[in-house]
Write a protein that binds this ligand. Structure first.
Ligand SMILES: C[S@@+](CC[C@H](N)C(=O)[O-])C[C@H]1O[C@@H](n2cnc3c(N)ncnc32)[C@H](O)[C@@H]1O
Length: 285
């Protein structure tokens, strides 16, 4: 599937990005560097031109550099859906709440940047009922976990999610971490990813067929477009630790430090002697 011919040549897309309206639905548009970063990962796991599902697709920004062969999207904002339909004329884009999305659709992968920190208690009754029908344990808190779990229902094997950092350590998302378990393949901490917020975000790669209890951790900076480090760690549902670079310790040369202290003490004694001499001469006069 190509992007709209009008805009596809240079890979630009039209975007709905009305801050006032978008705040209500926590629409933080994925910046270009992170879009490309996600697209590279999708290609790595799924190959070129995969079939893609996105349950919070906005204008289809996250799919811009993926070039999906087939694309099915859902978004609650009519203006965003209109833009997505324009950008991907042969895609199926549904305008509704993802929580009430029921078609049994499975694409090769799900790629999503769901809204962060939308509260369960603030959702309309129909959303709450739909959530509790599938996830009866969900009764409060934010619904970041439900967007991810429901997103995973629509992929054959791989899920790629941008998420708020809290999902890795908050008690309220422990169930999510338990349910994902060993399917967590990669956990990226991404710095400077968004134009409208400075917070670092997570980028999760989930492989439904993965069995090993190890996951790859990466620290990536969108501003400098550099990977600042990576390693492998054991999955622990209590807390998904992100990669943190070791703080460089300055080596202290004790001998040099002692020599410097002795030098300063000698200087102090010399100054005191000079002061004594000055006082002695002054008083004599
Ligand atoms: C963080 S934005 C991501 C937009 C776009 N995919 C991107 O990556 O830039 C989250 C999107 O979720 C949509 N959204 C919020 N609540 C929703 C819901 N209940 N169902 C479907 N979409 C929802 C918003 O309208 C918004 O477009």
């Amino acid at each position: 599937m190509k992007l709209n011919e009008d805009v596809g040549g240079n890979l630009e897309i039209v975007e709905h990005n009305n801050r006032k309206k978008a705040d209500k639905f926590a629409e933080y548009i994925t910046g270009e560097t992170l879009r490309r970063y996600v697209a590279e990962k999708v290609t790595h796991y799924c190959g070129k031109y995969p079939t893609v599902f996105d349950g919070a697709c906005g204008s289809g920004q996250l799919e811009q550099f993926i070039s999906p062969n087939e694309f099915i999207g859902v978004d609650i904002q009519p203006e965003a859906v209109e833009a997505a339909r324009y950008n991907y004329p042969s895609a199926e884009i549904y305008c509704q709440s993802f929580f009430q999305f029921s078609p049994n659709i499975k694409m090769q992968c799900t790629v999503m940047n769901p809204p962060f920190s939308i509260k369960f208690k603030d959702l309309p009754k129909e959303d709450k009922q739909a959530i509790q029908a599938s996830y009866p344990w969900k009764k409060s808190g934010v619904v970041d976990d439900i967007f991810i779990l429901k997103g995973l229902e629509h992929c054959g094997r791989y899920g790629f999610f941008i998420a708020f950092a809290g999902i890795a350590y908050r008690n309220t998302e422990r169930k999510l971490r338990e349910l994902i378990g060993n399917q967590l393949a990669e956990l990226h901490l991404v710095e400077n990813a968004f134009e409208d917020t400075v917070i670092s975000v997570l980028f999760l790669v989930i492989d439904k067929r993965k069995q090993s209890d190890l996951y790859e951790r990466v620290l990536y900076d969108c501003k400098t477009k550099t990977e600042k480090g990576c390693d492998t760690a054991k999955i622990n549902p209590e807390k998904w630790d992100v990669f943190t670079p070791e703080i460089e310790r300055e080596e202290i040369d004790i001998a040099a430090l002692e020599a410097e202290i002795a030098k300063q003490e000698a200087r102090r004694r010399r100054l005191e002697d000079e002061l004594d001499e000055f006082v002695r001469i002054t008083f004599k006069q």
